[in-house]
Design a protein around this ligand. Structure first.
Ligand SMILES: [Mn+2]
Length: 311
């Protein structure tokens, strides 16, 4: 009996992740980094992974999104020929992933909110890698605290406007409903939407700035309305056609081309973007990583578009 042997040494303590408070962004654990990330936690842009994968309704796996997006980012150049700028000119810090209490949706949202709040509170631009779309509620809560006049611009195949999904109010299928309740439905701009219930479409047409079945044309109306206020941009990768972005949990046929989504992103350069995410990348469903690579390219172009001029 080791316990009775005065010569017995206690077992080595279990390895623990570092106390979250010591991380540059509270609650995060560093893993691999995105292409060309800087070592400076005070960089004007902070990338955060939020591997939430709790309420997806069809095919799970978004928890692997942030890691895979970082991994494949190494295959991209750090130079954007469209923006004529490279990632060394726009320093950004990769804080790693928010550590989530698995199975605890409310606790996970609180952890994501705290991490994004720390970034936004320092005047840095949070760029969040998902993870499922529900994480956007946590991120918007945090950014909204620092920008009370925040508007939210959503690119998505789905309206995500259900009041509940199978009785659950916090779900990736209800996220824009909850966000509208927070910031005001007249500040929720929804483009690219091509799927939802009759009730969601009726609700969107009546309450939000709802632009179903169009993307670039919608921006002609949306951009002038957003000109004077901070904007949180949420990009659900399933807005893209599943032929070009199959690695997602709830694919919806007949979406836009990657080039059209990128063109939309470039048009947002004139906006005051206060936060951004790319969500719903599901690596187990991907084909040749094309969806993760597209997400990485969107992240690079977003950093180069919205990160400069913030230093
Ligand atoms: Mn969505």
């Amino acid at each position: 009996m080791a316990g009775n042997d005065p010569g017995a040494r206690p077992l080595a303590p279990a390895l623990k992740t570092p106390p979250p408070a010591s991380a540059p962004v509270p609650g995060t654990v560093g893993r691999q980094r995105f292409l060309a990330a800087s070592d400076d936690p005070s960089a004007p842009v902070v990338l955060l992974g939020a591997p939430l994968d709790a309420t997806v309704s069809f095919r799970p796996g978004t928890r692997f999104g942030p890691a895979r997006i970082r991994e494949v980012s190494e295959g991209l150049e750090d130079y954007s020929p469209v923006l004529d700028r490279d990632l060394t000119q726009v320093p950004f810090f990769d804080a790693g992933d928010v550590e989530l209490p698995l199975g605890d949706v409310e606790g996970s949202l609180a952890a994501i909110e705290a991490a994004v709040d720390a970034v936004a509170g320092r005047g840095q631009l949070p760029v969040v890698l998902g993870g499922e779309h529900l994480l956007t509620l946590a991120a918007v809560r945090a950014v909204h605290r620092h920008h009370p006049d925040l508007a939210v611009l959503q690119f998505d195949a789905h309206a995500d406007l259900r009041d509940d999904y199978l009785g659950v109010r916090h779900s990736h299928a209800t996220v824009m409903r909850r966000i509208g309740e927070l910031v005001g439905f007249d500040r929720v701009y929804q483009v690219g939407i091509r799927s939802g219930t009759r009730e969601e479409f009726a609700f969107g047409r009546a309450r939000t700035r709802f632009f179903p079945l169009q993307l670039l044309e919608a921006l002609d109306h949306v951009l002038p309305q957003l000109a004077d206020r901070p904007v949180y941009v949420t990009i659900d990768i399933d807005v893209v056609d599943p032929g070009a972005a199959p690695g997602t949990g709830t694919p919806e046929p007949a979406g836009v081309a990657p080039s059209e989504l990128l063109a939309a992103l470039y048009r947002l350069r004139e906006l005051r973007v206060a936060g951004l995410d790319v969500v719903e990348v599901c690596p187990p469903q991907d084909a040749g990583d094309v969806t993760a690579i597209l997400a990485a390219k969107l992240v690079r172009e977003a950093i180069l578009s919205f990160g400069s001029g913030r230093a």
